[in-house]
Design a protein around this ligand. Structure first.
Ligand SMILES: Cc1ncc(COP(=O)(O)O)c(C=O)c1O
Length: 368
């Protein structure tokens, strides 16, 4: 049977969550599981993340899925709700919502949940320089006052635009604006206002600014969130292995080209393997000539780094077997990403980021 497989490693997720907690020992953790847990599958990751204080999702449907899977701790809706009806649904399902613009503020003021409802805690979004979601300096104070007056507990939140690059000048600006506003709200509205600033890159790069809640995503899945340190440097382990199998082997003669567009021509006779994966599974179609896979010899367990030749097709890729032993077998396992190559490395060969490759895996690979 043709197989492309996605295997989730729960121990890696738990390990990575522990790394977050070590770096942010005094903060609560909102583990980001939006976009189907960055492509890993919410059902597969939730049990491994049970030590998180809550999970963060982007849509109400994602929140509902987590509730149906039995997640009974906090759920933060990081874009908030999209209608008054959804606001009521968020209350009914004990979600805690971001409020980032006036319509959401109005829905919250018109329909205040019971005092013991988790929806009484709201994440008030302050635009500190990302210029996507959030109230500005003047309106955020007014919103905070109105929410406080009707009994909401507030978490002031913002999102970094450049936290992956520690020295980017906007980081200092965002941190300053956020800290100043948090202090102001605590002094002038209520000392109980909490703060939440850091995504994964913030957790790593700005340890002195973790505040009450950190919101890590990508580092839980084992990718580095920062430009100057790798996942290994940060002691993060990949939570996914994406693999396929050798479905045929050939010798391509010198002078012959491989695949659509005849993009790669053999300089000498070359042993090749056809691997049962393509862009129909979520492997990127456009990769540079540096892209490689690891073929695993089932007998010895040894991995061989073998470059991809020619264009990635919908259902298959062709791999150069020159670096693998001549007796490598049909049906051998081929790792597209996992421990090696790391998804971040594949992403760099495809001109994108690990986040995107993980999120755009298709429904076709078999999930173990
Ligand atoms: C509001 C918010 N917080 C936290 C995160 C997690 O970011 P990362 O995956 O870079 O840790 C995201 C992701 O986009 C987000 O939108």
């Amino acid at each position: 049977m043709r197989t492309a497989n996605i295997t989730i490693v729960p121990a890696a997720l738990t390990h990575n969550l522990t790394q977050v907690k070590k770096r942010a020992p005094n903060a609560k953790v909102l583990a980001m599981v939006k976009a189907n847990a960055y492509g890993h599958g919410v059902a597969a990751v939730l049990p491994a993340l049970k030590q998180a204080d809550g999970i963060g999702v982007a849509t109400f449907t994602e929140a509902l899925e987590a509730r149906q899977l039995g997640w009974d701790k906090a759920i933060g809706l990081v874009e908030g709700v999209f209608s008054a009806y959804e606001w009521q649904q968020a209350i009914d399902n004990a979600c805690s919502c971001v409020i980032h613009h006036t319509p959401q503020l109005d829905w919250a003021l018109e329909n205040v949940p019971a005092a013991d409802s988790p929806a009484r805690q709201v994440w008030l979004k302050y635009n500190t320089g990302m210029n996507r979601l959030g109230f500005d300096e003047k309106t955020v104070i007014e919103a905070a006052q109105r929410l406080h007056d009707v009994g909401y507990q507030l978490i002031l939140t913002t999102h970094f635009a450049n936290a992956d690059d520690r020295d980017h000048p906007l980081n200092a600006t965002q941190i300053q604006r956020f800290s100043d506003m948090l202090k102001y709200l605590q002094q002038h509205i209520t000392p109980s206002v909490e703060g939440s600033l850091c995504n994964s890159a913030g957790v790593v790069n700005f340890p002195e600014h973790h505040h009450d809640w950190v919101r890590p995503g990508i580092m839980l899945y084992g990718s580095s969130p920062v430009i100057d340190q790798s996942a290994i440097d940060l002691n993060l382990k990949p939570a996914m292995e994406f693999s396929a199998r050798i479905m045929a082997m050939h010798v391509v003669n010198a002078g012959e080209a491989i695949g659509y567009g005849s993009r790669w021509t053999a300089a000498q006779d070359v042993r090749t393997a056809l691997v049962s994966v393509g862009y129909g599974d979520g492997y990127p179609r456009v990769v540079s000539d540096d892209a490689y896979v690891c073929i695993v010899d089932a007998d010895s367990g040894t991995s061989y780094r073998c470059p991809i030749r020619g264009r990635v097709a919908m259902d298959m890729i062709v791999v150069d077997l020159s670096a693998a032993p001549v007796d490598i077998k049909l049906d051998s396992k081929v790792v597209l990403w996992g421990a090696m190559p790391h998804v971040d490395e594949v992403a760099s060969h495809a001109g994108t980021i690990g986040y995107e490759l993980l999120c755009r895996l298709s429904a076709r690979p078999k999930r173990a």
